[in-house]
Design a protein. Sequence first.
Length: 146
Amino acid sequence: MKLSRFRSLQGCLSLVFTAGIVFAPALRADIAIIAHPSNNNSLSAKDVERLFTGKTKSFADGTKAEPLNLVSSQGNREAFDQQYLGRSTTQVSAFWSQQIFTGKGMPPKEVGSDAEMLKEISSNPNAIGYVDRAAVDGSVKVMTIN
């Protein structure tokens, strides 16, 4: 009887491990931070976090920054929030609810897709956003994150 419990446990662990492999790539999406091609600023991961949480409103050169988010239902949004903000999308939404309630800020404008993000960024020299690296085209600049 003990051997059958061990095999059941082993089977469960195998299932959990397999599920982790299947779903892990979705959380490790290759996110590219993008900006208008004329943007010559350099950014650190901390700069990205500060821009997307409203703690700073401008790039290093003093120009106004307009961060854009994907809608929360987009998988790349969850990957971005985890990688650059260190929070789940649910936690980021709660953060912005508190900021709005206390009058301390408004969340970045949201767009519905990578294609819409590319369009918005390419037409606004102050915009900054993110997409799956595979979606990047020549209309935007991929920012190097130091």
